[in-house]
Design a protein around this ligand. Structure first.
Ligand code: PEP
Length: 246
C-alpha cells in the first residue's frame, strides 16, 4: 500500500457541488491515465454528498477515495453524522480527521483521537491534522501546541499505519492571514511532531498542508511524505501539475 514516494490529498471542502466534483474527478482520472505518475498516490476527498458518484468514477483507477470527516460510532442515534463503516462500504480508503476548520467548530484532541481510532478499526487510513493558530505562532507557542495536539490526539491509537498532516492554521489559504510558511520553517517542526508521537506507534508518515501550489510543492517533498491540498486541488490542470512536481 505504501510503495509511493509521495501522497497528495485533495481536500475539496464544501466548495464543489456533485456535478463539479464528478467532472473534476473524471478529468483527473483521464489525465492520470494518459500520463501515469506511478510513484504518486492521489486521494480525492469530495463532500459526503458527492462521494458515491466520485467513487463510481474512480473505480478501476489508481486514484483513491477519501472523506473529509467521519464520526467515531458504528451506528445509532447520531443525527447528521456519518459512520466510518458506511464510508468503507462506499470504497473510501482515507479519512481526514481533526482538520483545523473542524477544530475551529469545537473539535478537541480527544474527539479527533476517537475518530482516528474508529477509522483504523474500519481498516482505513486516518489523515490526522494538527497545527498551531496564528495567535499561537506569533506568541512563540507553536512547538508546545503541536506537542500537545499530537500526544493527546494519538494517545489511544492502535499501532497501525496513519498519516499525520502538519497544517499551520495561519498558512492555510482560506485562513485570511495572507501569510505562508517557508518550507524550512515547516521542516523545523517535523522533529517536534515525531518526538511527540507515542512510542507505541511505529508506522506513520507526515505530510504538509497549507497553501501548497505547483511551484512550491517541491520545496516540501524531500522532508514530507506528501501534501494535503485545498485551493490548488480545485482545477484539474493545477492539481495535476502539483502532483507531478511533488
Ligand atoms: C487545507 O485546508 O487543508 C489546505 C491545505 O488548504 P489550502 O491548500 O487551500 O491552504
Amino acid at each position: 500500500m505504501k510503495k509511493y514516494k509521495q501522497i497528495i490529498v485533495a481536500n475539496w471542502k464544501m466548495k464543489l457541488n456533485v456535478d463539479e466534483a464528478t467532472a473534476l474527478s473524471a478529468e483527473l482520472k483521464d489525465m492520470l491515465a494518459k500520463e501515469p505518475l506511478a510513484d504518486k498516490k492521489v486521494v480525492l476527498c469530495p463532500s459526503f454528498l458527492a462521494m458515491h458518484d466520485v467513487a463510481n468514477i474512480l473505480k478501476n483507477s489508481e486514484i483513491s477515495l477519501g472523506a473529509q470527516d467521519a464520526f467515531y460510532e458504528e451506528e445509532g442515534a447520531f443525527t447528521g453524522e456519518v459512520s466510518p463503516a458506511s464510508l468503507k462500504e462506499l470504497g473510501c480508503d482515507y479519512i481526514i480527521v481533526g482538520h483545523s476548520e473542524r477544530r475551529a467548530m469545537g473539535e478537541v484532541d480527544e474527539l479527533v483521537g476517537k475518530k482516528a481510532q474508529a477509522v483504523l478499526a474500519n481498516n482505513m487510513i486516518p489523515i490526522i491534522c494538527v497545527g498551531e493558530t496564528l495567535e499561537e505562532y506569533e506568541a512563540g507557542n507553536a512547538k508546545e501546541v503541536l506537542a500537545r495536539q499530537v500526544s493527546k490526539t494519538l494517545e489511544n491509537l492502535d499501532n497501525k499505519y496513519f498519516i499525520l498532516a502538519y497544517e499551520p492554521v495561519w498558512a492555510i489559504s482560506t485562513s485570511g492571514s495572507g501569510k505562508t510558511i517557508t518550507a524550512a520553517e515547516a521542516i523545523e517542526q517535523i522533529k517536534i511532531l515525531k518526538d511527540s508521537i507515542p512510542a507505541s506507534l511505529k508506522d506513520f508518515d507526515i505530510v504538509y498542508g497549507g497553501s501548497v501550489k505547483p511551484d512550491t510543492v517541491g520545496d516540501f517533498s524531500k522532508d514530507f511524505k506528501g501534501a494535503l491540498v485545498g485551493g490548488a486541488s480545485l482545477k484539474a490542470q493545477t492539481f495535476f501539475d502539483l502532483i507531478k512536481n511533488s
